[in-house]
Write a protein that binds this ligand. Sequence first.
Ligand SMILES: Cc1ncc(COP(=O)(O)O)c(C=O)c1O
Length: 383
Amino acid sequence: MMERQANREPELRTPVYVVDEAALRHNLSILQGVQKRTGCHILLAQKAFSMFRVYPLIGQYLAGATASGLYEARLAHEEMSGKENHVFCPAYTPEEMQELVKICDHISFNSLAQLEAHRSVWENSDTSVGLRVNPEHSTQEGHAIYDPCAPGSRLGIRRCNLPDTLPEGVEGLHFHTLCEQDSAPLVETFAAFEEKFGQWLPGLKWLNLGGGHHITRPDYDLKALEDLILYIRQKYEVEVYLEPGEAIALNAGSLITTVLDVVQSTDMPVLILDASAACHMPDVLEMPYRPPLFGAGEAGEKACTCRLAARTCLAGDVIGEYSFDVQPQIGDRLVFGDMAIYSMVKNNTFNGMPLPDIALRHEDGSCEVVRRFGYEDFKMRLS
Ligand SMILES: Cc1ncc(COP(=O)(O)O)c(C=O)c1O
């Protein structure tokens, strides 16, 4: 479907991220269902997806947004006004705290020292403060850089570093441990959390279960998630927050690219694209993973296998090997799937690569270019 749309949209200049409003709405209605059935609050984690043009739409379904620092908090304050605004950062500067207390409903701290360093500011505000804790229970394999419970982690206070009585003024606890996971690892993690930190829950106002919940994936076990939330709310009488990022815009966007050249390497043809893994989809190299490509198969599956690579100087700027019924030619457009999340929020202009445009496909099928970038966007960040 996406390829047809790409071909029907020759006016789109590539590379371009195209976010699909209908797919976004589909995800949002699933999340809204969880809120309605359990009474929990779901927040958009902006680190995954910050296309603020659709914040009013997101605000129709979710309780609000969460931020990783002042800039994201300001973005939600400005573009999703009237909704809840939360923030967690491992350390805040005094200047940031002065601004955050004016625009945030919840602020979570990563240490007792940070809590105390900013006490005089938050104590004189309406903001509710909490502590991020570390349940020290890993449920991830293979992705240590995404595991806040990995040995040596700096994220979250460990049980052994908390006093028996929580410091005056603390109203909530926060933990974030998952990455692209189903509800079973959350249930398991909550049990570890409850054993270590459960003693404080009855006196608190809220518990934030972080992100990493792949709630909008078709095979996600919603019932187990909802049972857990209801259990927490009934037993401890706290408000429950979830702050997924990926789940909001999962499979809700694509990156359309054009084949600029085809070079013959030692083993196979290499398609040189106007999209780059390093610049436009860094998680392909960082995580690493192989993004889905519409109409293509695994290497060797179809008649012609090609390596897809960028036009940067980085030898390893390779997106992956894909097979096609017919070898793509110069000028052909290719469509990578699931490119709304952790893509435009992480892109960069290494090698002076142009940033992809950002477009929105409306529900009537029309496509609007929301933002176009140019040379000035590259230049102004450099001096
Ligand atoms: C504290 C916190 N909350 C929420 C998220 C969002 O996670 P995801 O996009 O995997 O749902 C992250 C991701 O790193 C995080 O660190």
